[in-house]
Design a protein. Sequence first.
Length: 292
Amino acid sequence: MSSLILLFGNTGQLGQEVEKKLQSTGQNYVALARDRCDFTQPESLREAIAAYQPSVIINCAAYTAVDKAESDRQIAEIVNGSALRVIAREAEKINAFLLHISTDYVFDGHKNTPYEEGDRVNPINVYGSSKLAGEKEIQENCSRFLILRTSWVYGVYGKGNFVKTMLKLGAARAEIGVVADQIGSPTWTGDLANIITQIPPNLTGIYHYSNSGVASWYDFAVAIFEEAQQLNFPLKIERVIPITTAEYPTAAKRPVYSVLSCQKIASILESSPPHWRKSLRKMFVGVWSPNP
């Protein structure tokens, strides 16, 4: 088996960042997007893994439309759940290391202290339950794996995320309301990709990684506009109004509190995650332009 990394999902916001990092570090990899490997077609996954015989598989592919998943349950469960059974079994056949990205939404949000890896999982929406199903498939079918749970992911790439949504709304409106009673940790894909490409293949199990610090969606929105205004983004926004979850009903329920404890992986890698506000500023200043 060659020393090759097989990357799934390289067209998503995280996958593009991971591929960029693999390129910059000169690692030997093959990246497969949906047009070459469809997660709703398990045979294409088997064929890809058998053809490339990778030593490492990084899975950044996922069904991430949280609200849409409520009405599109079957596809979400295939992409996030049963497809992982195929990948895990194929990885096991060739003794490949499988690194899979999961989510804080496997928890119900009833805690008020950071979730640790061994805490009880109890997803409250279809997206979370489908991601948990994928975790279980990996644990049951693969011996060399690392499941990395993260939260509130945003970045430059991909079709959309909270930062892009806020900038779009802020360019069109003078006033917007943002939920202030859901708490988590915004995580920049740049930091997440760094960790993904640094994880040694002898490290196995479930780990958490997000940027440090906590915020509400309201706090996050205010910070986004502050950073954007300093860089002269074309914004009309004058006021951000804190609102409750009840005032902004969505198809999927969200955890009220989904902060992840990252002490486990930080102690192993001897590096603590940067604060979310610092990473947000770094993305704006170093990566983004006023026309995202």
